[in-house]
Design a protein around this ligand. Structure first.
Ligand SMILES: Cc1cc2nc3c(=O)[nH]c(=O)nc-3n(C[C@H](O)[C@H](O)[C@H](O)COP(=O)(O)OP(=O)(O)OC[C@H]3O[C@@H](n4cnc5c(N)ncnc54)[C@H](O)[C@@H]3O)c2cc1C
Length: 408
């Protein structure tokens, strides 16, 4: 009998994997708890490595038809200097920019493509509540839809259900917890034609906070750091504190700070940095945020989640088609991806710690020393751009699984 796949969670990781499996003839059912993809704000930064993958999958035109902003450079803006961390315009990448694209719209494009394949099924409003298990092998899931419980048997379950993964919890997977030092408050501010043109993804550093700016074409998405666990205290202080910090640090935003009137306009991102010690069990694999939660440093959540999906597709598609998938093949996905995630998380912890140490000493966060060193060395100058764009070892879809026979 043909091996089948159940993917739990229609975020970037689950959707991309479902599309590749379906396109290559594997029967796949995607279960998504929400009724639609219209979340208020999910990660929106799509790095060159992912744009290359979209190209390889023949999706790039549809992706670029969506409204997007191209962020080509990144600056640390401290009170005393503007430090250019990288500039991709001088690189030879096929897509030398980070595309800021609404995640909900990107997911809709992927879904439309997946729906073209008869062996792709999606069930919206399907919340997984239990794993089916026989002889210590996961054999499917039980989900709730409209108050009905449905059992879905499956040869392999992919847990791609995000940072609060139910699948991970049901699999009783032990987590390795690292210590982030900040939480982030996200809110929107209006964008005006007179705003500086070169601030698409810049990071402003003040004495006690960092302020991340994301250019969303018709508005600014602003991330304002607070000490970890400091949400209630920030709420008690009220939005005036945030207004004052931003007015002082980013004077060109002063004219619109009164539009942030109360905390109902603010979304808390409670930052976590953790990863599952084992991403797999017989019949089950975790990918994306379900396998590892990373901090917003670098805006690489989508990037890492999609690369997990690609590594998984490369490893399991042919085996599934030939009914040969075994637990050791799922273990191989963790081996391939885990160390890259571990390096990234260690980097994030170090950057966060350096900033908060400086905040505690009232020194203001500084440009990371390693970055300053790399940028000062002519032969290494381009490395920060390269690492941002492609990471350490970028995943590529196997040519036999690609949607186009050649990459032009
Ligand atoms: C406020 C915020 C800002 C962020 N900013 C950025 C950014 O700028 N750039 C960036 O790259 N990343 C950012 N991230 C992180 C990024 O959104 C995630 O890393 C990325 O979406 C992970 O993809 P995923 O597919 O693994 O999981 P998710 O995108 O979380 O998708 C998981 C899906 O599973 C579904 N689900 C959950 N439980 C169940 C269940 N029991 N049954 C069925 N379905 C279920 C959910 O509804 C969801 O659709 C941000 C995250 C947050 C919260």
């Amino acid at each position: 009998m043909q091996q089948t796949v159940c993917i739990v969670g229609g975020g970037p990781a689950g959707m991309i994997l479902a599309l590749i499996l379906a396109r290559n003839g594997v029967p796949v059912t995607l279960l998504e708890a929400a009724q639609d993809f219209k979340r208020e704000f999910r990660g929106d930064t799509v790095h060159p490595v992912i744009l290359d993958l979209f190209d390889q999958m023949g999706l790039i035109d549809d992706i670029f038809n969506l409204e997007h902003v191209k962020a080509t450079s990144f600056r640390y803006r401290t009170p005393t200097e503007n430090f250019l961390a990288y500039d991709m315009t001088t690189s030879k990448y096929r897509y030398p920019f980070i595309a800021l694209i609404r995640q909900s719209e990107m997911l809709e494009v992927l879904l439309e493509h997946a729906k073209q394949y008869p062996n792709f099924q999606i069930v919206m409003g399907a919340r997984v509540e239990a794993l089916l298990e026989q002889n210590q092998q996961i054999t499917g899931v039980r989900y709730r839809q409209n108050n009905n419980l449905v059992d879905l048997p499956s040869s392999v379950v992919i847990g791609a259900d995000g940072r609060f993964s139910k699948v991970r919890q049901l699999a009783q997977t032990e987590m390795l917890q690292l210590s982030p030092a900040t939480d982030v408050l996200w809110f929107k501010l209006p964008k005006y034609p007179t705003d500086p043109p070169d601030s698409e993804t810049d990071l402003y550093l003040s004495d006690k906070h960092y302020i991340a700016m994301l250019d969303r074409a018709d508005h600014w998405q602003v991330g304002f750091s607070i000490p970890r666990g400091g949400f209630q205290a920030a709420k008690q202080q009220g939005v005036q504190t945030i207004q004052t910090v931003i007015q002082e640090r980013i004077p060109w935003l002063a004219d619109r700070m009164t539009q942030l009137t109360d905390f109902s306009q603010i979304t808390l991102l409670s930052v976590q940095i953790s990863r599952a010690k084992r991403w797999f069990k017989p019949g089950l694999l975790l990918i994306g945020d379900a396998a590892h939660v990373i901090s917003p440093v670098g805006g690489v959540g989508i990037n890492i989640a999609v690369q997990d999906a690609i590594a998984t597709a490369n490893s399991i598609t042919t085996l599934l088609l030939e009914n040969r998938l075994e637990t050791r093949h799922l273990a191989a996905v963790q081996r391939r991806r885990n160390w890259q995630v571990a390096i990234l998380q260690a980097q994030q912890v170090a950057i966060e710690k350096a900033s908060t140490d400086a905040f505690e000493k009232n020194q203001g966060a500084k440009v990371p020393t390693a970055l300053r060193f790399l940028r000062s060395m002519p032969l290494l100058r381009e490395l920060p751009a390269r690492l941002t764009a492609y990471g350490i070892i970028p995943e590529k879809l196997r040519p036999s699984l690609a949607f186009r026979s050649t990459q032009s």
